[in-house]
Design a protein around this ligand. Structure first.
Ligand SMILES: [Zn+2]
Ligand SMILES: [Zn+2]
Length: 149
């Protein structure tokens, strides 16, 4: 990558600031919506290019699992995440990384282990609340619940 591409432009600084402002690890769409309020003429493809550059530069990390949406994280230290299977929200987990895992795998395989990632999947508190609310409604108003399908 050339120096030109690694330059911290004003635009990239704004993108980085907006990612830091989110505590829920924004997707590219969310970054775009936030940055557009400050730089109205920016395009989605520019955002993608800048996100990629910031990532290669080590300023942000990309959280990607399977075919789920990419989320961006301005905290590049190793930490664990939980992902909600309903709304897709990604949050940090309040635990220190289990570094002994890496040592364990170093002993078990020939792989040169340089790190690991861990992501829990489940329902976030908001979705869990909504689900309980629905169940409660379904229990008290069975006819209404059927209509909504
Ligand atoms: Zn959720
Ligand atoms: Zn994070």
């Amino acid at each position: 990558m050339s120096n030109q591409e690694l330059r911290m432009t004003r635009q990239r600084r704004v993108i980085l600031e907006e990612i830091r402002r989110f505590d829920g690890h924004p997707t590219a769409d969310e970054v775009y919506e936030a940055v557009r309020k400050r730089l109205p003429r920016i395009s989605m493809s520019t955002i993608y290019r800048d996100l990629e550059a910031l990532c290669e530069w080590g300023k942000i990390q990309v959280l990607e699992v399977g075919c789920s949406k990419k989320h961006f994280d301005a905290d590049t230290n190793n930490h664990y995440h939980a992902r909600c299977i309903r709304c897709g929200r990604v949050t940090n987990l309040p635990v220190q990384p289990f570094t002994y895992l890496e040592q364990a795998f170093r002993d078990l395989c020939d792989y040169k282990v340089i790190g690991h990632r861990l992501e829990l999947i489940g329902l976030c508190p908001d979705c869990l609340k909504q689900q309980k609310e629905k169940q409660r409604q379904a229990a008290t108003e069975p006819v209404e619940a059927d209509k909504k399908g």
